[in-house]
Design a protein around this ligand. Sequence first.
Ligand code: PLP
Length: 899
Amino acid sequence: MSAALPKLPIHDLPTPEPESPFRPRKPYRFSTLCATVENPSNKDQFGSSSVPIYQTATFKGVGGEYDYSRSGNPTRSHLEHHIAKISSAAHAFAVSSGMAALDVILRLLKPGDEIIAGDDLYGGTNRLLTYIRTHVGVTVHHVDTTNPSTLLPLIDVTKTAMVLLESPTNPLLKIADLAKISKDIKERAPDAIVVVDNTMMSPYLQRPLEHGADVVYDSATKYLSGHHDLMAGVITCNRDDVAKARQIAFTINAVGNALTPIDSFLLLRGIKTLAVRMDRQQSSASQVATYLHSLGFVVHYPGLPDHPGREIHQRIADGNGAVLSFETGDKGLSEKIVGGTRLWGISVSFGCVNSLISMPCVMSHASIDPATRAARGLPEDLIRLCVGIEDPSDLLDDLEHALIDAGAIQLDVSQNKYVKVRQVEDDAISRAVGKLGLKDTDGDHEWFVSAPGKVILFGEHAVVHGVTAIAASVDLRCYGLTTPRLDGKISAHFTDIDNFYCEWIIDDLPWHVVKPIAIDEEHPEILDQVLVDALNTGPLKDLTEAQRHARAASIAFLYMYLVLTRGDVRPSFNFTARSTLPIGAGLGSSASFSACAASALLLLHKRISIPPLPAPTTSEHIHISHQGRRAIPPAVAEEVNRWAFVAEKILHGNPSGVDNSVAVFGGALAYTRPGFERKSGMEGIAGFKSFKFLLTNSKVPRDTKKLVAGVGQKKIDEPETVAGLLNSIQSISDEARRALADPEMPREVLLAAISTLIRENHTHLVSLGVSHPALELIRSTTGAAPYSLSTKLTGAGGGGCAVTLIPDDFKEETLKALLDEIVAQQFDPYLTSVGGSGLGILSPHRTTGSAAYLPPGQVTPPETPSPGGGGVNLCPVFQAKRVLELSQWADSLGRWLYV
Ligand code: PLP
């Protein structure tokens, strides 16, 4: 019979002896264990029914069990024994707060160790992790622990020392599969310690030690205490090596953060009612979650049927807890709701018998900077509810009043019930559009956009070492056209990347991993790697290594399409990009593509819109692109730039942001990298005058990384020489910047000054070892009589392009002769102006008399079908135009608006 007995948890409250061999007694259930504080090896001398408070610092005598309360105290021992019992633990420790518990645990680490931690952790946990990262030299990786596979690439048997998990997380109630993660870690890095913050659940609802965790801690300030009348933290552990000797017990004694006798007493008293409190609290929480869900709010609670982690949670936990959160769609509205409740106390923390309401982003999680909050998908409008033991009807009643008063719900007379006010989301959208100073247009799917490339005029290479670089836009542009499709597909056609074309069924895209970005939210600093991976392994899985450039461009395009999508509106269209810029020649072709893709997607998703055009004052056709300069409002440009930067991150990993800024804002700017003595940042050069430049593509391919590394090595080998060169280049950038912005300087003086600076900068670049015989040939050709022009390499050098300044009075025929000579040398010359307009958008509606552009619906059938099959007239012509004709044709279509 005894073989049939269930396995006993590790605790020593004895199950009474079997009454008879045929009627065995079962081990005590949790609430019995909670209420029964008994330690057979530590009986009270007077038989007191509650553990006395040994309010003493020292104990008399030598060799007794206790000598000093920092090291040990009978009240605390009772508490620790009790906690071990209810946590299935061999060891338990009580310290002064939850954070003190984490601090003790983190002291198990040493410099060079790595932690893998969740990305939705309690704010104070993040603060302490940041501290040990910056002060102790421990690397912290934050990952989305809802997907155990995201941890795998980070596990390193020699470095991974700890994994820190919360489940459910606070406040988004995301679920981590503690059992699976613990198993994965044990298999791959057996020495790593799996730590779980179990505060949200308490040992009543979840005992992670039973699922393979090594160390568990709780902020006992919460459910264990239950009354918000003390601060405490508890640590439980089954590993003797971690618990004893020089580890947890040692640290607590050494730093002296053990729980005081009086707080130990209070905590012990609180724990006795843990199970009853929790039962009531979670039953009410479930009612509140169901109520909010039925109103139409996005509710995070593992007890709801649509919670993504529900199944895992049910496997590892015994209940859903009493914390939930919901989104209203608007931060201001959330503030009104929180301020409108009476019974729900506005307070940080949770776990108390009284119900609490809070907005994590302005309260408990305010210590996390907004960008990181956004990166971790924490909505600014999120409201957290921590349900107490009051009567659930009163709690629901109070919440309903607050929702009505705030205007979040209203009575739907037809259904005779309250429903969420639908305008909530639309209000937020129109407010955000309002912020951009725009009207939300109807918009259709046909938009024509363009953005310029850039040249670095001064400071390339030196910029890597903290010297200021001057970059300016060139009048060679990337063009992007969106054409509607009617078949639920999205397609991309990158004409300049081996004429790449691919189409995808919109509903088959990896929507399940998309964390949409609300209209007034910025993209997090870090890319969503899960989404990038899902694109690589899903829609782009068939692309070959040879198609890596097309793959990168497709990821950038689809990534933005997915995260920018609003609600269920998923526009179906084709995007064709073409460039008049040479690709991969250091002229910012990728940034101009990024700006085009970003602006097209923002327009299609109606996140930006362009202001209506003023009525034309003349019937003459406007050909000059600069006519529309500054017609695109700065707020729109900035939004496009933010997203172009996201695309650049996808394409390049760690871009400086210079190229996309030039592509969007045009003109010229000075850029200094952060991390050096000089003031860092990016500054537009106001009043920059446009110059004519000849760009000559040597067509020699470059390895930018190798060239940059070469300069770095030279800096190590010949520090003084390189320091001298860097200083000289800084002076050139400073002088150029002053001259370019000086309104008083006569044009010919300015041109002469720039010409000299170009020559000087090139000489320094030669000394840095980044020129190439082809570039030197271009330089000597352009510098020889009768041309006598100044030329320098631009960008990484070692090939790529050279730039030659063309004075205003340079004769046409001489220029033609020069171009012929360059072509004869097998180089590609491009005549362009530098410092012109940034992003351009062609209104999709006809505005000028002679435009060749017809809006959708008034189409003449295309001679060649567009890849999308949408049958709109502009696309086939766009694709068929020769590169040399492209700009002029685009200009002729109508009035472009420019930044
Ligand atoms: N862990 C979680 C999940 C928490 O919510 C908190 C506090 O809010 C802590 C740890 C820190 O606990 P304490 O405030 O007791 O230091």
